[in-house]
Design a binder for this molecule. Sequence first.
Ligand SMILES: CC(C)(COP(=O)(O)OP(=O)(O)OC[C@H]1O[C@@H](n2cnc3c(N)ncnc32)[C@H](O)[C@@H]1OP(=O)(O)O)[C@@H](O)C(=O)NCCC(=O)NCCS
Length: 369
Amino acid sequence: MATDLSTLSLFPATPEQITVARRRTLHEWGKGLTMEEHLARDASQDQFDGSRDGRLTTWYAGREYGFHLRSLIWRFKGASAERGPADPGLQVRMRDVSLVVDPAKNKGAETVTCYGIASVFTPLENRGNGFASHMMRLLHWVIADESLLPSSKFPAAWGTPPLKVDGTRNGRFSGLWSDVGDFYSSCGPVHGKREGMGDQRYRNDHDAGVSKLWEEDAGKMRADMEKSEHPGISFAYLPIQGVASFQHRRLEIFLQRLPVPPQTWGVASTDRTAYATWTIDPRPPALRTLTVSRVRADPQNFRGLVGKILEVARKHDVKRIEMWNLPVKLEILAGTFGAATHSREEHLPAFKFYGEGPEAEISWAFNER
Ligand SMILES: CC(C)(COP(=O)(O)OP(=O)(O)OC[C@H]1O[C@@H](n2cnc3c(N)ncnc32)[C@H](O)[C@@H]1OP(=O)(O)O)[C@@H](O)C(=O)NCCC(=O)NCCS
């Protein structure tokens, strides 16, 4: 019998539920690891800068707290006496620092709260029942700024809005990278609407060095957005506070197994006008790939910067280098020294902006890895 979605809501997961959810996602996110290694990797991720102090939270969809908890614990003990209602879960990165520029307001870049969503998951046996779609729709009601998405607009057919949790309902936008195609576009906050979601000297940088680069970069990104000629609203995630470092730290367990584990995560010209930071994904069977997480360059110094990235790639036997959404001038230049431009078929960016106005006119600035 189909589940009445109005009986489902979203709840922050308890520590026990988080462990259950992590155990269940070994196949999806722990390939190449034993269960113990997978759990240890997730536990260490809880200590990253971008996770501490409640910045990374796990949520689940269920009927009501007590019932769901009970069903999860039974499953945890291995009994099959009762099926839980849904058990889909997701991870939400909270309170990322970000910028929004609205030329109509004429007041420069505004620092706002935003959210990043990852690890959306429904256990195999519960898939195809609309749980994940509904969970993603409800999520807007957990995170969107309540002045922009007031509870009075919550669709009656969905029951009541999720309970407010301290520190939430303050987001100006949320985003994710989809590995399931267009799936999230049907998960808007209101039923039925498709409105979801050169010649310079260079220095290599390790963890502390790249953190400093990202701090400096945040100021430059602000300045770029303020002088951008984009006519509508633009927004950007800032790489600070563990947001960009997450990319290489999350892969650390695999990187440490390489004969020469990489320790350099960025390169910058001595005058800091050109720099790039990256992560390396060494997991077979995919080609070993270096993905650039931030790049700043102009046509004069881009070739030199790419040369430095190639040196790192060769040192670590990287077979492929990716830069996402390069500025057009740099993309054309990259083509002249052999790079090919493709449209991605996975990790598709998706966002939901919680203010007024058509999303087609809103731009995601610095939409890199
Ligand atoms: C993606 C996922 C969360 C969907 O959960 P669900 O509860 O079954 O979702 P719903 O019932 O709301 O929607 C099902 C729809 O998901 C979409 N979908 C699922 N997997 C997909 C994929 N790999 N590519 C594109 N669409 C996909 C399909 O459109 C499907 O529609 P269908 O029922 O007509 O086949 C679930 O399949 C899952 O946990 N997958 C493994 C983890 C994962 O890949 N997460 C997404 C990371 S971005």
